[in-house]
Design a binder for this molecule. Structure first.
Ligand code: SF4
Ligand code: SF4
Length: 109
């Protein structure tokens, strides 16, 4: 069955955004216009990471995220360090365990 990215996007916006530090009282995202959310900007890749990782532990998912998404993200430096991650200001990184749960749930439907 084809992957319904729009449905996954919708579920993630319902489950992740309200818990995110960037979510405002008005129900919007406070990220500046020139800084798209790493989760939704890389959604297809993130879904593919989850689809091809099978583990009861989160570490293999994090490793795949680092090598496939973070390594290509302009925030990460040549030493593998990311100021957003270090400041708990990347929704994709901060809520990754819950993101994996939501995506796996959608893929199992
Ligand atoms: S940063 Fe991403 S996850 Fe957080 S509120 Fe904005 S769009 Fe949602
Ligand atoms: S943790 Fe940093 S490098 Fe990884 S996606 Fe988020 S902003 Fe990009």
């Amino acid at each position: 069955m084809p992957i319904d990215l729009l449905q996954i996007d919708k579920r993630l916006r319902e489950r992740i955004c309200p818990s995110c530090v960037r979510f405002t009282g008005a129900g919007t995202c406070s990220l500046p216009k020139n800084r798209p959310c790493s989760l939704f900007e890389n959604l297809a890749e993130v879904v593919d990471v989850v689809r091809h990782t099978h583990s009861r532990r989160i570490d293999p998912y994090v490793d795949a995220l680092r090598s496939r998404v973070c390594a290509a993200c302009h925030f990460e430096d040549e030493h593998g360090s990311c100021p957003c991650r270090n400041n708990v200001d990347c929704g994709l990184d901060t809520y990754f365990p819950l993101i994996v749960e939501v995506i796996e749930d959608e893929l199992a439907r």
